[in-house]
Write a protein that binds this ligand. Structure first.
Ligand SMILES: *[C@@H]1O[C@H](CO)[C@@H](O)[C@H](O)[C@H]1NC(C)=O
Ligand SMILES: *[C@@H]1O[C@H](CO)[C@@H](O)[C@H](O)[C@H]1NC(C)=O
Ligand SMILES: *[C@@H]1O[C@H](CO)[C@@H](O)[C@H](O)[C@H]1NC(C)=O
Ligand SMILES: *[C@@H]1O[C@H](CO)[C@@H](O)[C@H](O)[C@H]1NC(C)=O
Ligand SMILES: *[C@@H]1O[C@H](CO)[C@@H](O)[C@H](O)[C@H]1NC(C)=O
Ligand SMILES: *[C@@H]1O[C@H](CO)[C@@H](O)[C@H](O)[C@H]1NC(C)=O
Length: 463
């Protein structure tokens, strides 16, 4: 992939080739290394160059290498980078990237983070990861979107409401609920209910509940978690499985466990526990954290067990190589909010062990510090290593706290600040149906109207 001559040329030109070297006892050393890795992460971002698409790492396969949601992970990682290090070098390009993909079209009422370029082939989980990045920006008081663009909070709320409508569409199968994977029926995967889509929905609900104080969001988080348990996607041991098919009434469970699904759910439970102090959420949180630390950290080092360990027949795909960083960032996010997570992490010591192992892989490429994983190099490996280092920073108490709407020094300005585009995303295809459990359960007509608007919009967008 890299022409060796280029490395020799650079080395010959006097460029310092030095493997990444971190003293994990020193916060300054971790931050300095994180700065190098953040630079290397962003070296993969070409979306702001002429002829490329703003906000994206690249086109989706087979034309390109990256799925649309991968770029949401890039921006979430860069928001976290600023959170834990205070370095705002990439804030402007992050705002530009997130805004470019926010789906806002001045002439059209649309659902946020679903630009018609990307509607086909997009899952509820994909759209949800973009909303999670937006919500993270709101919670942390990240730089605001430009004037005339919807606020970070409105974007997250708009996606949440769209997901809430879609949740209620299958009242007779699969334990009477749950989101499907894909959004439009023409996509393969529309017949599949997957855990991650529901986990992302619960995550948005939990975080919106804490950020806004509106308990309706928390009820949805609880309803989603309960459903995941009832349908068997989370079992009694807190194993979290991939999903199952609608035409089989979700009886054909796919038992693969992924790191990121557990991570998104741990963060969900941590936010709900923090907001409510509820025993139910505490139990969910401790059980899932326990399972995750023992299952995904064999020998204390994070592994994507479904495709990484030597006993697995096939290697992780490009998409799968993104997942570990999500779990690491979720643990970092959960720790400050919930003492049980902090205690479990402190006693297990897995974040430091993982970060130390991760950093040791960073010794290749033209700068001599490129990170690799099972022979692969890419933005995934750089993002995962950055996430691992941020985990150690978070465990050490570094990083800006997540705020609440309207609170001083928090992201409170997001909901009310720019006065822009409030009518944009939040209303798209949702109307009153997104407003609560009863809404989605009983108001079939409203839901259908919402769907008609969604697909009407889609068809309009495609012709
Ligand atoms: C694109 O973003 C990078 C940050 O990764 C920045 O250094 C560069 O100046 C930006 N280019 C343009 C044309 O905005
Ligand atoms: C949509 O696709 C067009 C054509 O490739 C591109 O110019 C535009 O930037 C894309 N917009 C988004 C939001 O992806
Ligand atoms: C679907 O599965 C649920 C849970 O196992 C069961 O209660 C329900 O009767 C099934 N529905 C159909 C239509 O088979
Ligand atoms: C989690 O693990 C800790 C320490 O091993 C243990 O004390 C606790 O009971 C466990 N909690 C649950 C819910 O499994
Ligand atoms: C919620 O998080 C805040 C900020 O870290 C912390 O001060 C508070 O004690 C947490 N609440 C609970 C119930 O753990
Ligand atoms: C709480 O959120 C729900 C769902 O978006 C919304 O319908 C309701 O009006 C909100 N309640 C308040 C008091 O803002």
């Amino acid at each position: 992939m890299y022409a060796p001559t280029l490395g020799l040329l650079l080395a010959g030109a006097g460029s310092a080739l030095a493997a990444l070297d971190v003293d994990f006892k020193s916060t300054a050393s971790i931050k300095a290394a994180a700065k190098d890795v953040a630079f290397d992460v962003m070296s993969y971002y070409k979306g702001n160059r002429t002829g490329k698409i703003l906000g994206l790492l690249g086109d989706k396969p087979p034309a390109g290498e990256y799925y649309w949601w991968n770029s949401a992970l890039l921006w979430s990682t860069m928001i976290d980078y600023w959170r834990y290090t205070g370095d705002d070098t990439y804030n402007a390009v992050t705002v530009e990237g997130l805004t470019a993909q926010n789906g806002h079209m001045a002439d059209r009422k649309g659902i946020p983070f679903l630009h018609f370029n990307w509607t086909v082939g997009t899952g509820n989980d994909d759209q949800g990861f973009w909303a999670m990045a937006g919500l993270q920006a709101a919670e942390l008081g990240f730089s605001n979107p430009p004037a005339g663009q919807p606020s970070w909070l409105d974007l997250a709320k708009g996606v949440f409401e769209a997901l809430a409508i879609r949740w209620g569409l299958d009242a007779t199968v699969c334990s009477n609920g749950g989101l499907r994977w894909m959004i439009v029926p023409m996509d393969a995967g529309y017949n599949y209910k997957n855990t991650i889509s529901n986990a992302v929905f619960a995550n948005l609900g939990a975080r919106l509940a804490r950020y806004t104080g509106n308990t309706t969001y928390g009820e949805w988080a609880d309803k989603s978690w309960t459903w995941l348990t009832e349908v068997g996607f989370i079992d009694a041991d807190s194993s979290v499985f991939d999903g199952a098919h609608v035409e089989k009434n979700c009886s054909d469970l796919n038992p693969i466990q992924w790191t990121y699904t557990a991570g998104v759910l741990i963060e969900t439970a941590a936010f709900m526990y923090n907001e409510t102090s509820s025993k139910t959420w505490l139990n969910r949180l401790t059980a899932l954290t326990n399972h995750t630390l023992s299952h995904f950290f064999p020998a204390s080092i994070l592994a994507e067990r479904a495709c990484e360990l030597p006993n697995q027949a096939s290697k992780c795909t490009g998409d799968m190589r993104f997942l570990k960083g999500i779990l690491l960032r979720s643990l970092a996010s959960a720790a400050p909010l919930a003492a049980p997570v902090r205690e479990a992490l402190d006693s297990a010591g897995v974040l430091k062990a993982t970060a130390e192992a991760a950093v040791k892989t960073c010794e290749g490429g033209v700068r001599g510090r490129e990170c690799s994983w099972e022979g692969e190099v890419g933005v995934q490996e750089e993002m995962n290593v950055l996430a691992a280092m941020m985990g150690v920073l978070a465990q050490g108490g570094e990083g800006k706290a997540v705020g609440k709407q309207g609170a001083a020094g928090s992201g409170g300005q997001s909901g009310t600040g720019s006065g822009s585009g409030n009518g944009d995303g939040s209303q798209g295809g949702s109307g009153e149906a997104g407003s609560g459990n009863e809404g989605a359960k009983s108001a079939g007509a409203t839901v259908k109207a919402g769907m008609a608007m969604m697909f009407g919009g889609l068809v309009a967008a495609l012709v």
